[in-house]
Design a binder for this molecule. Structure first.
Ligand code: FAD
Ligand code: MLT
Ligand code: ZN
Length: 491
């Protein structure tokens, strides 16, 4: 795990006392080193999903209500005790675990659905509801959650909103900035901000909830959300294609949008390197026999099976005839659809099997989306760090590219046998400068956390950063909320 060599514990933060522990205990269940919790008991809260970031908390509090959160934060603010809000702890930038001894405020016990309106499709629920639970509940009522992602079985809807997760269907259902209608949040001083609106339209002043969407636990704790949900599709199709070049991937994207229009619900791109790794780790046989350099997964979601199949078949014919795609398969059952999706959704987990992963989640103008992967791979090869048939044990297992092509969002991942300074030197600042030159974003959807906090200036100008720092100071003058991360007010 990283040891944060460039960070120092804030000297103005207090250390937890026996009185603090007793006070928190009077509010809600806690897990505390002072009450016999071992390092192992605290490990799931101290360590992130990638096993890359590890903190040293001695105390986890598990509020059961908004009032509990309010009491906890008020006390922490008065005592200058630093905290980390924690959802499902599936974040990929080290934002959900402590850096030093911050208190973990874990939201898992706030997991009630508060209301659902079957006419408007508006769901209101606690922040700690697991995404898959919310989605299953909605499906029983003929709706779905507008966000879907590989970590759905563990991540919380509050965590999703806090990091403005994008996911697999953003191109169809839009970002959480559009679908989230309201947020209930507790400010660092314990004030409950009730902006849990269920209105689509509300032009009565600044849109405060938007500040919480993507704020990564730095200005308050989200305790509930309301969100407008789309109808559950009556018909769904999944197709998986092999493509011979990135130019053809782009042409296929244009053709697909033209042909499928309103029923297109996902357009995901994977390179062959990512697919080889999934195959290697899972031992499964790839759905396509040929070995093209690129793969595409297309999903349709519509209301009329015949209509959707007709459109999709016409697209397939066109793509084959014009040789945009070289190979393809169409799922014939829901099970097959899941199997095809697993070759896309399983990449993140498979990459973690070798020892470590350097993850870059970037927005790049589409034309150059894959050039970055080629450039990084070439640099690793030049540096003698990439595994090759001649040197199969080199530290870099592979450089892979995949992502949400429909949103110009590339995931460039460098899988390594262990974290290595030589690799880091090749990656940074090269990647950030590359992105800056193209006016891209160094974080498309995973956020800043601790991983990208020092690099935000590659995507944001000094004026923007100054306004952000001002906002942070206004909400959190004592800096207790998720310190050392995101846009640091004092950096
Ligand atoms: P955490 O990891 O617990 O927290 C994330 C951040 O939000 C932290 O800074 C934390 O302090 C803060 N936070 C959490 N809850 C609250 C709250 N209630 N109030 C205030 N702050 C809070 N992301 C995408 O955008 N798209 C993807 O496709 C995607 N796929 C993924 C696939 C896998 C397999 C994994 C492991 C992760 C993936 N992610 C993806 C990362 C993604 O951001 C998270 O999975 C998810 O959105 C985080 O939710 P969480 O509840 O786990 O939050
Ligand atoms: C994905 O799209 O699979 C996620 O964002 C996770 C990742 O980038 O690995
Ligand atoms: Zn993603």
């Amino acid at each position: 795990a990283d040891s944060y060599p460039n960070l120092q514990r804030g000297s103005h933060f207090s250390k937890i006392t026996a009185e603090d522990v007793a006070y928190f205990e009077s509010i809600c269940p806690i897990i505390s080193a002072d009450r016999g919790a071992t390092e192992d008991d605290l490990k799931p809260f101290n360590q992130d999903w990638m096993n890359k970031y590890r903190g040293q908390t001695r105390l986890v509090v598990k509020p059961k209500s908004t009032e509990d959160v309010s009491k906890i934060l008020k006390h922490c603010n008065e005592r200058k005790l630093a905290v980390v809000p924690q959802g499902g702890n599936t974040g990929l930038v080290g934002g959900s675990v402590p850096v030093f001894d911050e208190i973990v405020i874990n939201m898992a016990s706030m997991n009630n659905i508060r209301s659902f309106d079957e006419v408007s499709g508006i769901l209101t629920c606690d922040a700690g509801v697991i995404l898959e639970t919310a989605d299953s509940y909605l499906r029983e009522h003929g709706y779905i959650f507008p966000l879907d992602l590989g970590a759905k079985g563990s991540c919380h809807v509050g965590g999703n909103v806090a990091c403005n997760a994008g996911g697999l269907r953003l191109l169809r259902y839009g970002s959480l900035h559009g679908t989230v209608l309201g947020v209930e949040a507790v400010l660092p001083d314990g004030t409950i901000l009730n902006d849990l609106s269920q209105l689509r339209k509300n032009n009565t002043g600044y849109d405060l909830k938007q500040l919480f969407i993507g704020s990564e636990g730095t200005i308050g704790i989200i305790t509930a959300i309301s969100i407008v949900c789309p109808q559950k599709p009556k018909s769904q199709n999944v197709a998986f294609f092999g493509v011979e070049s990135f130019d053809k991937v782009q042409q296929t994207f244009v053709k697909t949008k033209q042909a499928l229009s309103e029923i297109l619900s996902a357009f995901e791109m994977m390179d062959s390197n990512s697919q080889n790794i999934v195959g290697q780790v899972t031992g499964r046989k790839h759905p396509l026999e040929s070995k093209p350099p690129f793969y595409i997964l297309i999903e349709t979601s519509g209301s009329n099976p015949e209509h959707d199949s007709e459109k999709l078949n016409a697209l397939l014919e066109d793509l084959m005839e014009n040789e945009f795609i070289s190979d393809g398969t169409l799922a014939e059952s829901e099970t097959q659809q899941k199997e095809l999706w697993a070759w896309r959704e399983g990449i993140a987990e498979a990459l973690g099997h070798f020892g470590g992963v350097y993850k870059y989640d970037v927005s790049i103008p589409l034309k150059e989306l894959y050039v970055l992967v080629d450039d990084v791979r070439a640099k690793m090869k030049d540096a003698g760090l990439l595994s090759t048939p001649e040197n199969p044990e080199n530290v870099v297992v592979d450089c892979v590219g995949y992502g949400h092509m429909g949103d110009s969002n590339l995931h460039l991942n460098v899988a390594v046998r262990q974290f290595d300074k030589r690799v880091e030197k090749v990656l940074e600042p090269f990647i950030y400068e590359w992105i800056q030159k193209r006016r891209g974003s160094i974080s498309a959807e995973h956020g800043l956390g601790v991983a990208k906090s020092d690099f935000v200036q590659y995507s944001r100008g000094p004026t923007e950063l100054a306004v952000m720092k001002g906002l942070k100071t206004m909400f959190d003058p004592n800096g207790i909320m998720n310190p050392y991360k995101y846009v640091k007010a004092n950096a």
